[in-house]
Design a protein around this ligand. Structure first.
Ligand SMILES: Nc1nc2c(c(=O)[nH]1)N[C@H]1C(S)=C(S)[C@@H](COP(=O)(O)O)O[C@H]1N2
Ligand SMILES: [Mo]
Length: 224
């Protein structure tokens, strides 16, 4: 049973690189992230678990802090409980990685990124948002227009459960209409910037505007 699962996972990896075509150049660093071992190979409801640091950081919700700062009027820091006390949104939408895998109908719950930014008051010179991870390495970006969408969530629940550490818990970003690399795990910082600062994979060649089906040379069906 266990070996069967591993076999399936390995088949997924092979299939993923076979369909990548030209993408294998930029996708190979992601495959390298699977070096972290079996966790990266086991299919979890269709997800694969990614990290770029060689480890999966853990943070107790009691110790978790989310800072919102940069070009805002009122920078602030939230505890996990404070985040959970804010008005929440729920949505059921697909998750699509640029390497080809897609998980249909994932249930997400969290706070709209837009609401967190509104709370801080974005200054007139703000134009984009930069995100940081407590893995210490991964970063991401959105324009302010993208950040204001009603399908961009600072998520703390997935599939009706608290977001697991492996999936980026206690809090990750979920950018529904874009490829999975936009959905930064282990989110700890939201910083308004005066321009888009390309994120981790974007510095390796992935598109900064990562619309599913409309970027990275892929033809996936858009997330509806
Ligand atoms: N901090 C961090 N966030 C990350 C990544 C990562 O390696 N580190 N990988 C990204 C990519 S490419 C994808 S497809 C998704 C995968 O999410 P999962 O590991 O929960 O399946 O996380 C995204 N966010
Ligand atoms: Mo991905």
């Amino acid at each position: 049973m266990f070996l069967g699962l591993v076999g399936l996972g390995a088949a997924g990896v092979v299939f993923g690189s076979a369909v990548s075509g030209w993408l294998s150049r930029v996708a190979s660093p992601i495959t390298a992230a699977d070096r972290t071992g079996l966790a990266g190979l086991l299919p979890l409801q269709g997800f694969r678990l990614y990290t770029v640091t060689g480890g999966f950081p853990r943070r107790d919700p009691a110790e978790y802090r989310l800072t919102v700062g940069g070009l805002v009027e009122r920078p602030y820091t939230l505890t996990f409980e404070e985040l959970r006390a804010l008005p929440a949104v729920a949505m059921t939408k697909d998750f699509q990685c640029v390497t080809g895998w897609r998980v249909d109908d994932v249930r997400w719950r969290g706070v709209l990124l837009r609401d967190l930014l509104d709370r801080a008051g974005v200054r007139a010179d703000g134009a984009a948002v930069r995100f940081t991870s407590f893995d210490g390495v991964y970063t991401e970006s959105l324009t302010l227009d993208q950040a204001a969408r009603d399908d961009v969530v600072v998520a703390y629940e997935m599939q009706g459960e608290p977001l697991s550490s492996d999936h980026g818990g206690p809090v990750r970003l979920y950018v529904a209409p874009m490829y999975g690399y936009k959905s930064i795990k282990w989110l700890d910082g939201i910083e308004v910037t005066d321009r888009v600062v390309p994120g981790y994979w974007e510095r390796s060649g992935y598109d900064v505007d990562a619309w599913v089906g409309g970027s990275n040379g892929r033809r996936d069906a858009p997330i509806s």
